[in-house]
Design a protein around this ligand. Structure first.
Ligand SMILES: Nc1ncnc2c1ncn2[C@@H]1O[C@H](COP(=O)(O)OP(=O)(O)O)[C@@H](O)[C@H]1O
Ligand SMILES: [Mg+2]
Length: 123
């Protein structure tokens, strides 16, 4: 039996806003096998984008486990987190908000290649 590529268990995220707590993601679990595609469908505000952000650790969860490629993704930090995170990719809904409007196209392409050691500046 193959091991899931991504195993999510009990993922929970609450936002606190103006004294109120919003349970954006409440005890969500799923596995994705290698080569499998998973679609999350739901109405606006049901927590889809929050799950995606949690999976990349753009935001931190309040509870739950994320295993990616067989390792505990939530315990990683620093260089180990950067290396593992380079294996995940988010395609943001709004490209105009996702890109830095002050950055040139060249820099947008160049930064990740250099930061992740995929190519040197001259390459
Ligand atoms: N940064 C935030 N601060 C406070 N509440 C948020 C934040 N981001 C999302 N929410 C709330 O969390 C819930 C889930 O939002 P979201 O993950 O964007 O849902 P979806 O992508 O399914 O539309 C909504 O009630 C939303 O208003
Ligand atoms: Mg969304």
């Amino acid at each position: 039996m193959s091991r899931p590529l991504l195993a999510v268990c009990g993922l929970t995220k609450r936002y606190r806003r103006g004294g109120k707590t919003i349970a954006a993601v409440d005890d969500v679990s799923f596995d994705i096998e290698p080569g499998e595609t998973l679609a999350l469908a739901g109405p606006s505000g049901s927590g889809k984008s929050t799950i995606a952000r949690l999976l990349l650790r753009l935001i931190e969860s309040d509870a739950g486990r994320i295993e990616f490629e067989g390792g505990d993704f939530l315990s990683l930090s620093g260089a180990a987190l950067r290396a593992r995170r380079a294996r995940l990719q988010m395609v943001f809904q709004d490209p105009l908000a996702a890109f830095n409007p002050r950055a040139t196209v060249a820099r947008v392409l160049d930064d990740p290649l250099r930061i992740h050691g995929i190519a040197t500046r001259s390459e």
